[in-house]
Design a protein around this ligand. Structure first.
Ligand code: C2O
Ligand code: CU
Ligand code: CU
Length: 430
């Protein structure tokens, strides 16, 4: 709906029930339905407004993960929506085309709200992404793939976490809320927008017998496609991949044994598990699709980051539940950034358990991991990144605008039990 030049969306968080397993109704939450929410889509330069209504029995919020926007519109723990209330954020889309998402962020209860089903995709478009040779017909050859795991009890109800590391690991894996999901493919190539929407599990996603071209990560297109067997995604991370199929072929996207780095007990973190995620079934005749490609200079124009511009370096030490030995305090501002400044954030994971580091408002570039250049799949813009035990990461980011001394943005671990436990801090841009 477009009203006076603003694209208006509405989302209502509500309770419901979903049939994940045949004949079993599982109590779930969703936006405008019983599980997950609609895909929102907007254009660079467009003004958007969302009417967020809370029909749950408790406060929630809706955060626009990956979005560059004013802190007061961010939907973090300072923008909770009371039961029965409606919150109306509005902002202008001012960043490259990307696969973003939205989910609740209530203080101390994010894990439960996301796990029950509150999440959806928020796709951004721009001229450069439309001009790219990529499949782009939504639902046909451009398909959202929200991967989540659930633990179901004997009655088929969602089991809450028990406080153990790394959070809830379920043995029921679903795509877009469907167990055993499949997609009919009618074109030579299909683009999958992968989102790890799980609360704790890290996946290593690839096809059983095909390579794939990684074309985009959290913040948008890479400089060029990268041919990969699989891609590791921690909670909150996204990747867009393009796969080429033969007529009549069937293949499966799987999560294979995940390389979690130097974690103490990989199997306890879900590292040894393997799952089918999505079956692709190609029709007997396939419409032609272009070979993925685009003009990187055009895509990045105006959005470059230069390390020589960095004026501030901050360091963040992650242990098992704190950042720089502190737990989240809603009343404490941890970092103050100056509007327009470019900064280096150095993040080090000091414990043998995994983390998924996320910064609100910005898309950063990975400068180095343990002093080395990042692998190609981490060379594009990121807002969330798996942080391996014992490793040092350096990120480059710029706080372009939206100064507000009174309203903070968050940075935190996106393994949601850790976040709720206080592994989160606040920064303002002034
Ligand atoms: Cu996706 Cu602060 O979160
Ligand atoms: Cu976020
Ligand atoms: Cu963590």
């Amino acid at each position: 709906r477009v009203v006076d030049g603003t694209r208006v969306f509405s989302l209502t968080a509500q309770e419901g029930a979903t049939e994940f397993l045949p004949g079993v109704q599982t109590e779930t939450w969703g936006f405008d339905g019983s599980y997950l929410g609609p895909t929102l889509r907007a254009e660079r330069g467009e003004r958007v407004a969302v009417e967020v209504t809370n029909d749950l029995g408790e406060p929630t919020s809706v955060h626009w993960h990956g979005m560059h926007l004013p802190a007061a519109m961010d939907g973090g723990p300072h923008q909770e929506v009371a039961p029965g209330a409606t919150w109306r954020p509005t902002w202008e889309i001012d960043q490259p085309a990307a696969t973003l998402w939205y989910h609740p962020h209530p203080h101390g209860a994010t894990e439960e709200h996301v796990y029950r089903g509150l999440a959806g995709m928020f796709l951004l478009d721009d001229d450069a992404s439309r001009a790219a040779a990529l499949p782009q017909e939504y639902g046909v050859d451009d398909v959202p793939v929200i991967v989540q795991d659930k633990a179901l009890d004997d009655d088929g109800q969602l089991e809450p976490g028990n406080g153990g590391e790394p959070g809830i690991l379920g043995d029921v894996v679903m795509t877009n809320g469907t167990v055993g999901a499949y997609q009919e493919v009618t074109t030579e190539r299909v683009r999958l927008r992968l989102l790890n929407g799980s609360t704790a599990r890290t996946y290593q996603l690839g096809f059983e017998d095909l390579d794939m071209d990684l074309v985009a990560t959290d913040g948008g297109l890479l400089d060029a496609p990268v041919r990969l067997d699989n891609v590791r995604l921690a909670p909150g991370e996204r990747a867009e991949v393009v796969v080429e199929m033969e007529p009549g072929e069937t293949t499966r996207l799987r999560s294979v044994e995940a390389d979690l780095g130097n974690v103490a007990v990989p199997f306890a973190m879900g590292g040894n598990d393997a799952f089918d995620v999505l079956e692709l079934r190609a029709a007997d005749t396939l419409a032609p699709s272009p070979e993925p490609g685009w003009d990187a200079s055009e895509h990045a124009a105006g959005d470059e980051l230069d390390e020589a511009d960095a004026s501030v370096t901050r360091t963040f030490e992650l242990d098992d539940s704190r950042i720089n030995r502190q737990r989240m305090d809603m009343g404490r501002i941890d970092e103050v950034a100056t509007v327009g400044s470019t900064e280096v954030w150095e993040v080090r994971n000091t414990v043998p358990i995994p983390h998924s580091f996320h910064v609100h408002d910005v898309q950063f570039r990975v400068l180095s991991i343990d002093g080395e250049a990042p692998p190609p799949e981490l060379a594009g813009r990121k807002d969330t990144i798996y942080v391996e035990p014992g490793k040092d990461y350096r990120f480059l980011m710029r706080f372009d605008d939206y100064a507000d001394p009174d309203m903070p943005y968050m940075f935190h671990c996106h393994m949601l039990m850790h976040e709720d436990d206080g592994m989160m801090g606040q920064f303002v841009v002034v």
